[in-house]
Design a protein around this ligand. Structure first.
Ligand SMILES: [Ca+2]
Ligand SMILES: [Ca+2]
Length: 273
């Protein structure tokens, strides 16, 4: 084939030439200093050559503090001409780990501290993408009430003046109340927005003390709730602290099984101890 003759080969030699279409290809050794021996002969066309194209940069990186020591990262998956094999995660410019999919949780962080992240995608050939956008998050103070500033729902409400949010607003002078006639199987739920770890809940039933049996429940999807072991109780009173083995879930529900009159809660606080 035109332009393919040469002298020595050595450990590796790449021979490029104008495209040839044929069924067979032969390496013809015209002469050798001793018995010739070839370890490997590779043949490529323009699309099967070595992958030198890097994946696209990860986009839409977000960082969310899920506890005083953990930040969750998420981003839009990169594309590659062959395939993305993983992602390198950087905190403050330092590589801290890898992810197989477009998500990563950074753990062991300090409370009340800001952290910045970028992510790069890589392929099997070792090509690395440009860095994603930078995303930052600040871990909350250790011991803070995790339920503040989240989203809430309730089984029923007395009126627009007694919404579920009143049970989670940090004020003991506001309260959630179930609707008229709704005594049993009433609940309030906090949606932490993403999985949170909590191991203590403080219930405050200050204005009226009507609950006669309750339990705490967790859920990953807000639909299917599971009782948290060891949290069932009878009366609540002005303030009751309930401790349990740490639970990591997006939702926490206070389930009031029975009450002597329409149940009402002034505050529900959740903590990670
Ligand atoms: Ca590639
Ligand atoms: Ca309140």
């Amino acid at each position: 084939m035109a332009g393919t003759t040469g002298t020595t080969i050595g450990a590796s030699k790449t021979v490029s030439f104008s495209p040839v279409t044929s069924r067979y290809v032969r390496l013809y050794i015209t002469s050798a200093a001793d018995v010739p021996s070839i370890n490997e002969l590779e043949v490529y066309n323009s699309t099967s050559g070595p992958d030198t194209t890097a994946p696209t940069a990860p986009a839409g990186l977000t960082a969310t503090a899920v506890s005083s020591s953990q930040i969750q990262l998420g981003w839009t998956a990169s594309n590659d001409n062959v395939g993305v094999t993983g992602y390198d995660v950087y905190r403050g410019g330092t590589l801290i780990g890898t992810a197989a999919t477009a998500a990563y949780t950074d753990t062991g962080l300090a409370a009340s501290t800001a952290y910045s992240y970028t992510v790069k995608a890589k392929d099997a050939a070792g090509n690395v993408s440009a860095a994603s956008n930078t995303a930052s998050a600040t871990t909350p103070a250790a011991g803070g009430n995790l339920a503040l500033g989240k989203a809430y729902s309730a089984s029923t409400t007395w009126s627009a003046s007694y919404p579920a949010a009143n049970a989670f607003d940090g004020s003991t002078s506001t309260r959630w109340s179930a609707s008229s006639g709704s005594l049993n199987n009433q609940w309030v739920t906090v949606d932490f927005g993403t999985a949170a770890t909590y191991s203590q809940v403080v219930l405050k039933e200050i204005t009226y003390q009507r609950v006669s049996s309750y339990k705490l429940q967790s859920s990953a999807d807000g639909i299917t709730f599971t009782d948290i072991a060891g949290t069932a109780g009878t009366t609540i009173g002005a303030s009751k602290t309930v401790n349990f083995t740490p639970v990591t879930a997006r939702y926490l529900r206070v389930y009031i099984t029975t009450a002597t009159d329409v149940p009402t809660l002034n505050e529900v606080e959740a903590y990670s101890l």
